[in-house]
Design a protein around this ligand. Structure first.
Ligand code: R5P
Length: 290
């Protein structure tokens, strides 16, 4: 029982001062419950509204690709610079230290690999997501892929059904099929379908006319980096994306395949959180690489 000595009556009630309501910093999330907002706030920095997510889930379709042969050696040292880690449960449990205290966006669907037709995925169990205490789930949508479109849309809305019971946000990941045009019409359509089916975050690719993709998507959009570019070019990509409405990046190869991954992720942070121009961020990259 609490000590009852010296009980003090409350006296500072702020009478006449309106109750303080703060607006929420994540797009489309104002009506969500507290637990959902708390998780989104762990990913999207409340000061900038943006996130630098580090994606290293690639092995689930392509095995030990360049830069991910030894995640303990190449990715673990980068964790301190990321706002959120995106990976599979196998890598999370085997290789990511449990005391990093970073939010995890768990790759929550799996199926086919680069050796077969991609996109034929099923969802993992929500219990596993909860057991690993992850902050968000990531599920891929293959819009325009005749064989897998409906199945992957179903994966997303089932993930949203299950995750929302526990206030876990879901990130819809737009795949790019070989036949799909990488343009604003396609990414705008795919991103919007993610959001319409309940995704709280959408991951897609930068393209010409990207501001239409972000404008028509009612939740935050983060971009994948795609194939490895020269560092300066990758920083320009980040800059254009956030200037045109992205809420950050979920970047993999352009970080971990860089000549200096630690310098690169810090330069990306400079663009996303500190408003550095590509030139300033590239200078930072070069300085940190030395
Ligand atoms: C793709 O399915 C994976 O989810 C990757 O996480 C994604 O492509 C981001 O990685 P990158 O920046 O290398 O494109």
């Amino acid at each position: 029982m609490a000590d009852l000595d010296d009980l003090r009556e409350g006296s500072d009630f702020g009478l006449g001062v309106a109750s303080q309501n703060q607006s929420f910093h994540v797009k489309g999330a104002s009506n969500l419950p507290w637990g959902m907002k708390d998780r989104l706030s762990r990913i999207f920095n409340p000061k900038t509204g943006r996130a630098v997510m580090l994606a290293f889930d690639h092995g689930f379709i392509m095995g030990p690709t360049s830069g991910l042969e030894r995640i303990d050696l190449t990715i673990v040292p980068l964790i301190e610079y990321a706002d959120c880690l995106m990976c599979t449960r196998g890598i999370l449990q085997s290789t990511i230290p449990a005391n990093t205290n970073k939010p995890i966006c768990l790759r929550s669907d799996a199926g086919s690999s680069i050796l077969t037709e991609l996109n034929d995925n099923v969802l993992i169990d929500i219990e596993d997501v909860i057991r690993m205490n992850v902050t968000a789930m990531a599920v891929m949508l293959a819009i325009g892929d005749t064989a897998n479109e409906a199945k992957t849309v179903a994966n997303l809305y089932k993930a949203v059904d299950k995750a929302s019971r526990y206030n876990i946000p879901v990130m819809g990941v737009t795949a790019v099929g070989k036949q799909m045009a990488r343009d604003a019409r396609y990414f705008g359509l795919a991103s919007r379908i993610c959001a319409e089916n309940g995704a709280n975050i959408v991951k897609t690719y930068y393209c010409d006319g990207f501001e239409k993709v972000t404008a028509a998507c009612p939740v935050p959009v983060v971009i994948a980096g795609g194939k490895k570019l020269e560092e300066k070019e990758a920083l320009e990509l980040c800059y254009r994306a956030v200037s045109e409405g992205a809420a950050g990046v979920d970047m993999g190869r352009n970080v971990f395949q860089s000549t200096s991954p630690a310098a690169m992720i810090q330069a990306v942070r400079g663009v996303i959180h500190e408003g550095l121009t590509p030139d300033q961020a590239y200078e930072m990259f070069n300085d940190l690489s030395k």
